[in-house]
Design a protein around this ligand. Structure first.
Ligand code: FAD
Length: 106
């Protein structure tokens, strides 16, 4: 099976970066592509229990695809739920641009 941590870091990098560069005012097509991407994860993410929990989280918290700021916050909050589950410190969702768009990368 894939390395869960490596897969997770790579996936979060993709998702947070895609949110950071998502338009402030997305077209209807961009919104529907983003919704499709989010809804595909519970079906396709190659860690079954991760995918299942993420699917429940998406069902409880409908994705905000209205624009860059809302989407970045939405992914940050979903990631923080996983952080909490794993006993990790929460990430400050005011800092998503600094981490994923403007700032130095780690
Ligand atoms: P990661 O949590 O991968 O974070 C990478 C970087 O993102 C951090 O260094 C930090 O700079 C930044 N970051 C951290 N939190 C946030 C945030 N809230 N918003 C924005 N940026 C942030 N692992 C499991 O063991 N069990 C699970 O059930 C599970 N479910 C997952 C579900 C999904 C959808 C995904 C994508 C991953 C899941 N993972 C799960 C993997 C887990 O989230 C981590 O990726 C993995 O534990 C490696 O953690 P890490 O400490 O290296 O950093």
């Amino acid at each position: 099976p894939p390395d869960k941590d490596q897969l997770g870091r790579a996936t979060w990098t993709f998702l947070h970066t895609a949110a950071a560069y998502y338009p402030a005012q997305p077209t209807p097509a961009q919104r529907s592509h983003m919704l499709a991407l989010i809804h595909a994860l519970p079906a396709l993410y190659p860690c079954n229990h991760c995918a299942e929990d993420f699917g429940e989280s998406v069902a409880q918290h409908p994705p905000d695809v209205s624009g860059r700021a809302g989407l970045s916050r939405w992914f940050c909050e979903r990631h923080n739920e996983v952080n909490e589950k794993l006993g990790k410190a929460p990430f400050d969702c005011a800092k998503t641009d600094e981490r994923w768009k403007d700032g130095p990368q780690d």
